[in-house]
Design a protein around this ligand. Structure first.
Ligand code: G
Ligand code: G
Ligand code: NA
Ligand code: MN
Length: 252
């Protein structure tokens, strides 16, 4: 398809059509940004911004996802290497990229090339990445852990077998999908989901981050339930030029 050819050209040209925006993740108990999630953008020379859902699907279908993923990884490591040493960068890895690329080798190469310490890189995986070949997934995850990078389980709660995944894979963070972040007038069951996942995180000693926090009311509910890590429009929108100075957010 035409979009695939244009994406291939954009990768080859590396002329700024592809770029990363960064969205803050913050620790509300410390009132500070702890990490930024890299989100890929494509400004097509004719059509303008293309939705990432669309072009990532195209990249997967046309065999470009490893190249795209490696571009994101390299760019994110390079840019983050210049940030404050206390701030991590989170990079999304698509399921196909996870199974097709030699991810640990690629990660190691980019860390060496950019000088970013492994502990400042966190890879965000969805459960779908772990489904296809379980033994292969365990091997890849093991190698990544050995490198010292962090692993976040993205979109938690929307997959097939979230609980089994938590038990079997050594994740460092659970990202509770934004569809579970309740409005204050939502039925009590919704808060119960948040509460249950926080309890799970506690049982496994894995911190839980709430995604898609948009309102002060949602933040208050999360805070009341003991959730410390949040991401969403309330904390900050994805931005090509994140504000690193000051790294302090709201007063609360
Ligand atoms: O801002 P948002 O519209 O960026 O992202 C839409 C979707 O695209 C999300 O599911 C997000 O995880 C995904 N996405 C954004 N950037 C990347 C990336 O660099 N790699 C992969 N695999 N997915 C990404
Ligand atoms: O799949 P993943 O969780 O990586 O997707 C991140 C997506 O969520 C991006 O499209 C990002 O722009 C979007 N996003 C981030 N914060 C919010 C928010 O507060 N509300 C909504 N609706 N989307 C958000
Ligand atoms: Na993500
Ligand atoms: Mn997510």
């Amino acid at each position: 398809r035409e979009l695939a050819a244009d994406l291939k050209a954009a990768l080859a040209a590396d002329d700024g059509q592809l770029y990363l925006e960064y969205q803050p993740q913050s620790d509300i108990s410390l009132s500070r940004v702890i990490a930024y999630e890299a989100l890929l953008r494509w400004k097509h020379p004719v059509s303008g911004l293309v939705s990432p859902e669309l072009f990532i699907a195209v990249a997967e279908e046309y065999g470009l996802i490893v190249q795209v993923g490696n571009w994101v990884l390299g760019t994110a490591c390079h840019e983050a290497a210049g940030w404050d040493a206390g701030i991590k960068v989170a990079v999304n890895v698509s399921p196909l990229q996870f199974s097709q690329s030699e991810l640990p080798r690629q990660v190691r190469m980019e860390l060496d090339r950019t000088g970013l310490p492994a502990a400042r890189l966190e890879l965000e995986l969805t459960e779908n990445a772990l489904l296809a070949d379980r033994d292969q997934a365990l091997r890849i995850i093991g190698s990544l852990k050995t490198l010292g990078v962090g692993l976040a389980l993205d979109d938690f709660g929307t997959g097939y077998s979230s609980l089994e995944t938590l038990r079997s894979f050594p994740f460092d963070k659970i990202k509770l999908d934004r569809c579970f972040i309740a409005e204050p007038d939502a039925p009590v069951e919704e808060t119960a989901i948040v509460r249950a996942v926080l309890a799970l995180g506690q049982a496994f000693s894995i911190p839980v981050l709430a995604e898609g926090v948009e309102t002060e009311e949602q933040l208050a509910v999360l805070q009341q339930e003991g959730c410390r890590l949040v991401q969403g429009y309330l904390v900050g929108r994805p931005s090509a030029r994140p504000d690193f100075t000051p790294s302090y957010l709201h007063a609360g």
